[in-house]
Design a protein around this ligand. Structure first.
Ligand SMILES: [Zn+2]
Length: 187
C-alpha cells in the first residue's frame, strides 16, 4: 500500500504530466488556454490546479485514518483535529475509498463543518449584540455563466486527485458501491 508521501509524489507527477500534455497540445495549435480559444480561460486552469493540490495534500481518501494520524491530517497542522470525527465515521478503505461517494463524503463533511462554524459565528455575534452585516441574498448576486466552469473545474480537479490516489491504491471504480451495497444488506 502506498504511503502518504508516495501518494503525494504520484499525484504531483500526474499533474505535471498533464500540464506537459496540455503544453504540447497548445504548441501543436489545438487551442490556447490563455486566450480561451478552446473554450476555457486561465482562471479555470488555476481553479482546477488548486483543487487538485487541495485534494493531494489536504483532503485525501486516507483521512479515514484521521483518528490515528495520517499525512493529510498532519498537513493541516493543528486544524487537523477537524478530521478526527471523519476518521471515526469512515472505516479505512471503505466507502471513503469509493470513486463517487468517497470524495463526496469529504466535501460534504468539510462544507457542513464550515457552514456550522460560519453560522455559529454569525448568529453568535448577533446574539452577543454585535452589529453584523445582513446576509447576502443569493438571488441578488450578479450571476455569470463562467462561474459554472469554475465550479466544474474545482470539482474536476478535486475528483481527479482522489481518483489518482485510488488508482495508486489499486481500488476500482465499483469499490465504494460494493461497500455501500454490503452495508445496506447488513453484511
Ligand atoms: Zn488510500
Amino acid at each position: 500500500m502506498a504511503s502518504g508521501q508516495t501518494h503525494q509524489t504520484i499525484n504531483v507527477a500526474a499533474l505535471v504530466g498533464a500540464a506537459g500534455l496540455v503544453a504540447i497540445a497548445v504548441n501543436e495549435g489545438w487551442g490556447d488556454p490563455w486566450t480561451s480559444r478552446v473554450g476555457f480561460e486561465w482562471p479555470v486552469v488555476v481553479v482546477f490546479t488548486a483543487a487538485f493540490l487541495f485534494g493531494t495534500y489536504l483532503v485525501t481518501p486516507d483521512l479515514d485514518l484521521a483518528e490515528q494520524g495520517v499525512l493529510a491530517k498532519r498537513n493541516w497542522g493543528r486544524l487537523g483535529v477537524i478530521w478526527v470525527p471523519y476518521g471515526y465515521l469512515f472505516a479505512h478503505r471503505g466507502i471513503s475509498h469509493g470513486w463517487f461517494l468517497g470524495p463526496l463524503t469529504r466535501l460534504l463533511y468539510l462544507a457542513g463543518l464550515v457552514a456550522a462554524l460560519a453560522a455559529g459565528a454569525y448568529y453568535g455575534a448577533q446574539a452577543g449584540g454585535l452589529e453584523v452585516p445582513p446576509l447576502p441574498r443569493l438571488d441578488a448576486l450578479p450571476w455569470r455563466p463562467t462561474w459554472l466552469w469554475w465550479v466544474a473545474a474545482g470539482i474536476g480537479g478535486f475528483y481527479a486527485s482522489q481518483w489518482i490516489h485510488l488508482l495508486a491504491d489499486g481500488v476500482g471504480p465499483l469499490h465504494g458501491l460494493r461497500r455501500l451495497a454490503g452495508k445496506l444488506v447488513g453484511r
